[in-house]
Design a protein around this ligand. Structure first.
Ligand code: DGL
Length: 270
C-alpha cells in the first residue's frame, strides 16, 4: 500500500527524497497543491480547508497513511483534522513531532510528561503562517519545560526558491538570521521549520555559526516514518515506485521539480 506525502507545492520533495532513500521499497504518492501554493501567507482556516482536501484526495487514492510534509499545513491543520476525526483505518501525521522528539532527545513516540532538557534556547525559522500558529511551541510544551523559542517568520524565502532565485533566497536567509539574533543573540539550536529550507542548509549553518546545532527535517521525518511503519506494517507496501501528482499545471510543475531535484520528474494532474 502506498504512503501519501502531501505538500503545498514542491518543497515536500526534500522530504520525499529522504523517505525514498530510507525506504526504497515503499510505494509513495506525492501530492503537491501547486495550484494554491504558497500556503505560508494564507490564513489558518484557508490552510486547513486546502490541507483537508489534499489529504482526502490521497486517502481516496488508497493511501491509508498520509504524511503532511508541509510545516505550514501541519501547523494549521493537523491537530484540527485529528480532533475532527479521521476515517477508520486512515491516519495523518505531521512533521513537527519527529523534529521535537529529536530536539528533546526523546525516543520516537515517547508520550511521558514534559521534562527539562539540555537545550534551553531555540531559534525557529518558518513561514509567517507557521510562526503565527504557535503550533511548534505548543507541541514542544507537551514534551519539554523551560525551553525558550524565538520564532522568525522568513518572508520571501519560499517565493525566491520557487522562482529559482537562490541568490535572493540566500540573501533573505542571512537577513532573517540577523533579525533573529537581535531577539535571541545566542541560540543553542535552530530549527528549519519549512520544507524549502533544507535547500539552503549551508547558508543557514554559515550565518548561524558553528555553535548552533541546525535541525533539518527530511532525514528525521524519514527515520520516524520508518519506525512508524515498522509498528504498523499493515500501512506499508512493497515494490517501491513514486507517483507525482499536482493540482497545478503538470508540465510547468514537472519542469520546476526537475530543477529542484536535478533530474527529470513527471507530474500528473490530480
Ligand atoms: N511547504 C511549506 C512549509 O513547509 C512552505 C511553502 C508554502 O508557503 O507553501 O511550511
Amino acid at each position: 500500500m502506498a504512503v501519501g506525502i502531501f505538500d503545498s507545492g514542491l518543497g515536500g520533495l526534500t522530504v520525499l527524497e529522504a523517505v525514498n532513500a530510507r525506504l526504497p521499497d515503499q510505494p509513495i504518492v506525492y501530492l503537491g497543491d501547486n495550484a494554491h501554493a504558497p500556503y505560508g501567507v494564507r490564513g489558518q482556516d484557508d490552510i486547513y480547508q486546502l490541507t483537508r482536501d489534499g489529504v482526502q484526495y490521497l486517502w481516496n487514492c488508497g493511501c491509508d497513511l498520509v504524511v503532511l510534509a508541509c510545516n505550514t499545513a501541519s501547523a494549521a491543520a493537523l491537530r484540527r483534522m485529528q480532533e475532527a476525526g479521521v476515517p477508520q483505518g486512515k491516519r495523518v501525521l505531521g512533521v513537527f513531532v519527529p523534529l521535537i522528539e529529536a530536539l528533546t532527545e526523546r525516543e520516537w513516540g515517547d508520550n511521558s510528561p514534559p521534562r527539562g532538557v539540555a537545550i534551553r534556547h531555540v531559534a525557529l525559522f518558518a513561514t509567517p503562517a507557521t510562526v503565527a500558529s504557535r503550533a511548534f511551541q505548543r507541541e514542544l510544551a507537551f514534551r519539554a519545560i523551560g525551553v525558550d523559542v524565538e520564532a522568525q517568520a522568513c518572508g520571501g524565502v519560499v517565493d525566491a526558491i520557487e522562482d529559482g532565485d537562490m541568490i535572493l533566497a540566500g540573501a533573505l536567509v542571512r537577513s532573517h538570521v540577523e533579525a533573529l539574533r537581535r531577539k535571541l543573540p545566542h541560540p543553542q539550536a535552530a530549527v528549519l521549520g519549512c520544507t524549502h529550507y533544507p535547500l539552503l542548509l549551508n547558508v543557514f549553518s554559515e550565518a548561524l555559526g558553528p555553535d548552533v546545532t541546525v535541525y533539518s527535517q527530511p532525514a528525521l521525518v524519514a527515520e520516524s516514518l520508518a519506525y512508524y511503519l515498522q509498528r504498523h506494517p499493515q500501512m506499508a507496501g512493497t515494490g517501491g515506485g513514486i507517483s507525482y501528482v499536482t493540482t497545478g499545471d503538470a508540465g510547468r510543475v514537472s519542469d520546476r521539480a526537475a530543477l529542484f531535484l536535478n533530474r527529470p520528474v513527471t507530474f500528473h494532474s490530480a
